[in-house]
Design a binder for this molecule. Structure first.
Ligand code: IPM
Ligand code: MG
Length: 363
């Protein structure tokens, strides 16, 4: 198979973790006999520096003409005082929209080797395996109008949370379809006691659920869901929620399973899927060679599964990551006395070794 992929390494630790993810991708493609065609393009702060646009037209067209996009991270304090449309994050939001990637899948799984890395007691967190399905193109992230207006001292800021029935319906279907292949539970998270958007959300999700009688649907307010996520994380299967709630809950889920650095994501629904680790650009540790590349590496696994239906190859990467952790390899975010930290490239090399030791059945 020809795997035509655009790589956007972006800012901060983006390039370091993406480099390891690409090495693993090359190795899996190699052992499975797939042909790789990679092109690298700028996004975020890197693109702002180069051409004062966080998402240059050339980057968009490269993404749209490939089969999948692998992204590192965007965000840099150098642009904190730029107007909204000239911030690195604006490039990522526009990319998601250009790709039509409305469903963002963020699995949070506790690797058995990492029970002692969670801030929660091992008996509480053992067996945690949830999938957050975050709506990615609506809500306050994209709603109009938005502005800061007025004179200094009495300015007013406005954001608009907006959802159409069609937007809720399509992402709900993704969540129910995925739940069918898992433990058949969907928890829809909203704030229906306060927000109109959430009341419509709940109504539409309940309606969609009638098409999936085998899936058990529950509803929870976001505040109480946040509490339950740390009290009883193992009870969650699929969490379906709107854009901003999903952004927040997914970082929390990263904390629960030991480190945000482990979390991968797939943004699907359009012609071209977008794959990125959930962690951001982490400017404080950028360039030090200590970032955790496993979220980026696991994002490659999600790419193989969702964009190319290469389940065997995806599992090969996931098993390699799990084996590497079981052997005690840890980056700084996960290091303990018994398992001192190794570098970004060293853990990448260990995953690569594990991949090569267990070529998939399709090889
Ligand atoms: C994420 C990030 C982004 C988001 C930022 C960088 C715009 O936090 O992917 O979770 O809020 O969606
Ligand atoms: Mg986030």
């Amino acid at each position: 198979m020809l795997l035509k992929i655009t790589v956007l390494s972006g800012d901060g630790i983006g390039p370091e973790v993406t480099e390891q993810a690409v090495l693993v991708l090359r190795s899996v493609a190699g052992v499975s006999g797939h042909q790789l065609e990679l092109q690298h393009k700028p996004i975020g702060g890197a693109a702002l520096k180069a051409c004062n646009d966080p998402l240059p037209a050339d980057t968009i067209s490269a993404c749209l003409s490939s089969s999948a996009v692998l992204l590192g991270a965007v965000g840099s304090p150098a642009f904190d005082h730029n107007p909204g449309h000239l911030r690195p994050e604006a490039g990522l939001l526009r990319l998601r929209r250009e790709l039509g990637a409305f469903a963002n899948l963020r699995p949070a799984i506790l690797f058995s080797a990492l029970e002692d890395c969670s801030p929660l007691r091992p008996d509480l967190v053992r067996g945690t395996d949830m999938l957050i399905v975050r709506e990615l193109l609506g809500g306050a992230y994209f709603g109009q109008p938005r502005s800061i207006e007025g004179i200094a001292g009495s300015r007013v800021a406005i954001n608009t949370m907006r959802y159409g029935e069609d937007e809720i319906d399509r992402v709900a279907r993704v969540a129910f379809e995925l739940a069918r292949k898992r433990r058949r539970k969907v928890l829809s998270v909203d704030k229906a006691n306060v927000l109109e958007c959430s009341r419509l959300w709940r109504e539409v999700v309940t309606r969609v659920a009638r098409d999936y009688p085998e899936v058990n649907l529950g509803h929870q307010y976001i505040d109480s869901a946040a509490m339950l996520l740390v009290q009883r994380p193992t009870e969650f299967d699929v969490i379906l929620t709107e854009n901003m709630f999903g952004d927040i809950l997914s970082d929390q889920a990263g904390g629960v399973v030991g480190s945000l650095g482990l979390l991968a994501s797939a943004s699907i629904g359009g012609q071209v899927g977008l794959y990125e680790p959930v962690h951001g650009s982490a400017p404080d540790i950028a360039g030090k060679g200590i970032a955790n590349p496993l979220g980026a590496i696991l994002s490659v696994a999600m790419m193989l599964r969702y964009s190319f239906q290469l389940d065997g190859e995806a599992a090969c990467i996931e098993n390699a990551v799990s084996a590497t952790l079981s052997q005690g390899a840890r980056t700084a975010d996960l290091a303990r006395k018994a398992h001192p930290a190794i570098s970004t490239s060293e853990i990448g090399r260990r995953v690569l070794e594990a991949v090569q030791a267990s070529a998939p059945a399709t090889a």
